[in-house]
Design a protein around this ligand. Structure first.
Ligand SMILES: Cc1cc2nc3c(=O)[nH]c(=O)nc-3n(C[C@H](O)[C@H](O)[C@H](O)COP(=O)(O)O)c2cc1C
Length: 195
């Protein structure tokens, strides 16, 4: 059997190697990582958040920091100041939002929510996270409404909707780390499908 190991420590993207082994072509998928152990990507991710008392802003900032550690920069915008058209420039986007009133999308996020319908989001990758409160009947339902809307518009969710009760604790931070990794993996998978 041939030796298929790579010795290069910092390779730039995912590839498929085609090796002829045992008189058959064998596809060897190699996950290529940089020296920090993070994926090297040149994709664009946008994070848009709604936050009244600061929890969801902190979640959004944490996501931005974790993605950066994984080698993936992301922009950060407050939802009421955000031009939804910018979503079209991103390869993927994350919406971070609380839930308000009786299980509703926050008022300052309504324009964003409505504007989604005017965009062609077919095949666009998204992920949803947010802090709300289990004391309320419809825990984190704003995220469910966003999910329904985005799925209806043909966008592709990269990972499970992540709901946090009030302040993020250590377990929540671990879930947010996994959330970032799954988003990056999903984007890499999508890219491979296009090759
Ligand atoms: C008036 C009011 C209504 C709320 N309604 C809901 C609700 O229906 N469902 C829910 O899960 N959380 C509800 N919450 C909880 C907030 O979503 C939660 O406090 C969240 O962490 C706030 O995020 P922020 O600090 O980013 O503003 C409500 C909070 C307030 C003050």
């Amino acid at each position: 059997m041939g030796d298929t190991r790579l010795t290069t420590t910092n390779v730039l993207s995912n590839h498929f190697l085609v090796a002829k082994q045992c008189e058959a072509f064998v596809y060897v998928k190699i996950k290529l990582v940089n020296t920090n152990g993070g994926f090297v990507m040149s994709k664009k991710i946008g994070i848009v958040y709604a936050s009244m008392s600061g929890r969801n802003q902190r979640v959004a900032e944490y996501l931005q920091a974790q993605l950066a550690k994984m080698g993936q920069p992301a922009t950060l915008d407050e939802i009421s100041q955000f031009d939804s058209q910018k979503l079209l420039e991103d390869d993927a986007f994350i919406v971070v939002s609380y839930t308000y009133h009786d299980g509703q999308v926050p008022d300052e996020a309504l324009d964003f929510f409505d504007d989604l319908q005017t965009l062609d989001l077919t095949g666009k990758v998204y992920a949803l996270a947010g802090s709300s409160s289990i004391e309320h009947e419809h825990f984190g339902r704003a995220l469910d409404y966003l999910d329904q809307q985005l799925a209806h518009l043909g966008a592709l969710r990269a990972t499970a909707v992540l709901k946090i009760n009030l302040d993020a604790d250590r377990a929540d931070l671990a879930r947010l780390d996994a959330f970032c990794r799954q988003l990056i993996d999903f984007m890499a998978f999508q890219q491979q499908q296009l090759v």
